[in-house]
Each structure stands twice: as structure tokens, then as C-alpha cells.
Design a binder for this molecule. Sequence first.
Ligand SMILES: *Cc1c(COP(=O)(O)O)cnc(C)c1O
Length: 451
Amino acid sequence: MRSEEAAVAAPTRRLPPVSRFLDEPRVAAFETFLGRQTLKEHIGAVLDCARAAQSQPAFEALLAGVLNRIEIAHGQTLQPVINATGILLHTNLGRAPFSGAAIVELQRVAGGYSNLEFDLERGARSSRYGRAVALIAAATSAEDALVVNNCAAAVLLILDTFAKAREVVVARSELIEIGGGFRLPEVLERTGAELIEVGATNKVYLHDYERALSPRTALLMRAHPSNYQISGFTQSVAPRDLVALGKRSGIPVIEDLGSGALVDLAEYGLPHERTVREAIADGLDLVTFSGDKMLGGPQAGIIAGRTTLIARLRANPLLRALRVDKLTLAALSETLRLTLSSRRDEIPFFHMVRLTPEELRARASGYTATIPGAQIVESIAYAGGGSLPQSAIDSIAVSIAPKCGADDASAALRRANPPIVARIENQRLLLDLRTIDPAQDALVIAALRAL
Ligand SMILES: *Cc1c(COP(=O)(O)O)cnc(C)c1O
């Protein structure tokens, strides 16, 4: 409707009629799937756009726009996007990109059968976790391990196994909510465990935990406050002291580490984050962490710790509902193998953290040389994924002030092929180069020039 009115208002602009697009075989191919009305709406939107811009592109260009719109709205469920936000582990953008080696491994096992639960030596059924467990043990020094759907599932399985109708002691400062509605107190409640909060928001002492113990205490629990920080007048209990209390009282001490650094991040210029190996060395009985945060692998939740406790987790029927598939195990194992090798920086997360501002600046000059008005600015990138509150990484961005305004320009970039997700700061569009694959620089430059 709107397109016809606009056409009357500007009779000099001649755009091809909607019917010409509908007759085009590449559009018509979608008709049984989407219906004629939906196709007309997409065509109308592209024509409206051309009209609003007072441009008269060739039919082929308009057709490409129509096909692109259809693809974005109805194409594959997931589309690769270019992450120009500078947030390395962006939960909305799929968190950790996989290493080339992990992708090869996926291809190797995805299309056929594999020995997922089959011992080739004995010709009998085996556990699906074996190989991954050995790698987790090597990376953390834990006695045993288990892999489930994600870190939230790992916490759920532990609480369900050990704390049903019993008490779990947690410091008030660690009653976290993580993005996506994962609130520790609510997960506890779900599993039928009773939360015993100790300490004040900013301070907790060992005697607070001690006093909270009762015959019903199932676990002493620590949780990493991944996405916030309490600073100033604070007091917390060292993991080793809590472990000693657990030992004296015969109560397991567990910790939800969240990101679970397997390597010393100080090596990458980030603040040192207690590693999983250090947590195990502190004597924690069980720890949990994600596969797609600092580990740089697939979505998964890893539980590492004592053999006796892991055995009880394995025996919980809930594990059947939380278990991971062959693809997760393949990608996770390969990522762990890289982590343990000299090739760790092939994992995109580590590669991106390692990039120097000089390298980024050199690439940025390729942008400013071809995009009128573009500037090179200092930027702050973040590890992200609710992984570390203090993960600011000095970075370099290309900053532009588009004529059509930053919001419209940002929307236009999201419609590019592949879509580009940028940041807006002070009415300017910022593209942080740390998270953009250099192989895609040319695509980003072309999209920015087209603005
Ligand atoms: C991120 C995080 C989780 C949730 O991890 P998922 O793998 O996304 O389920 C749980 N606990 C902590 C402390 C976290 O940082």
C-alpha cells in the first residue's frame, strides 16, 4: 500500500513493479515455503527503502536486496556474523569461536559413526566421557571429571545429587545472578536444597561458616562473582581455610568457578585469575566451569574433582538428561588438546587476547585509508561472557560518524552480508578490531564504505 502512495507522490522515480520480482525464479522458489504475501512484504520493504533513499538502483541490485532480506528472515537458523563489539566471549553472538583443529575434529565425527560409547579393544559398551576426562584431568590435576550440557547444569547436578532436602552454606557476597536468569539461590531452591546465607554483603569470616554448620549441612559452596566485583571494605575466606573446615566437619567444599581459567591469564596480559588447577590444589572437592568461556571450546559444563564424588554424580539419573553429545565431546577434547600443547594460541580466544595494539593499529590504517572520515581510536575490549569483571583489554577501534546517524548506520551494518555487529559510543560507530577476523577486514571496509 505504502509503496503505491509513495510512487504517486514521486512519479518521476521509476522502480520495477512488485510482480517482476515475484516472477523472478530465485524469488518464486520461496513461494511454497513462505507464501506470496510474505514475499510481497519483503519486496515492498526493499522498494520502500530505495524510494526513501531517492535512488534508482538496477533491478539486479534490488533483487539482491530482496534475496538478502529473505535469507536473513527465513534462511538458516544461525547466520555467521562479524563481531565488531570487542567483546571476545559475547553470549549473544555464540561465545567462543572454535579453533580450526576443533572444526576438523567435528567434521571427522559428525557425518558417520564413532566409538562414542564403544570400547574397540574389548568390543563392549564403554563410557562416553573417557577421553575427555583424561584431558580434563591432565589440564587440572583433578582425580576425575564429568561433562554436562553447561555450567548451570553442572551446578544443578551437584546440588541435586548431594543437597536435596539438606543445607548448602554460601556467603552472601556470592549469591550471584548470571545472565540468562541463572540465579544461584533459585537453582538451590529448585533442587530442594536449603540455602544458608552467611556473612554480610561485603564481609564473611570463617567463623560465619562454622556457626552455620548443622547435621543437615550437605555442602560448603563458593561461587565466582563472575560479572561483578566487591571492593573496598571487604573480607572473604581463603579457599584453603574453607577446605580445612570442610575436612574437619566431613562436609565437601565445592566451587562454581564459572569461566574456569585453565592457563595463567597473566601470560596474556590479563589480571591473574585463579586457575582450575589452583582450585584443585587448594583442596576443593568439586569445581565447575564452562566449556565456552575462557576454555574457548563448545558449550559445556565441566565438573572436576574427587573420584568418589564424581562417581555419585555419574550414578544420578538426571545425568541422562544433562549429558553432552558426540560433537561437544569431540570439540571439547580437541580444544583441551590444543590447550595442553604449544599450539594453544590457535584457539581464537587466546589468539584474540594476544593481539597487540600495534598490530590492530596497522590494520586500522587500512580502514582509515579507504573510508572517508574514519578515525583510529583507542578502545577497551573485554573478555566478556560474564567471565571476569576486570577483563579490560587495551584495544583499537575504527570510529566513524555516519551521515545517517549512528543508530541507522548500525542497523544497516546488521543487514550487511554477513551482518556486522558494532558498538555505538557518543553518536559514533565504533568497530573494535580485536574481535574482527583479519580475513574479514575487506568485507567490513566495503560495508562501511557502502553506508
Ligand atoms: C557463566 C557462569 C555460569 C553459567 O555457565 P553456563 O556454561 O553459561 O551455563 C555459572 N556460574 C558462573 C560463576 C558463571 O560465571
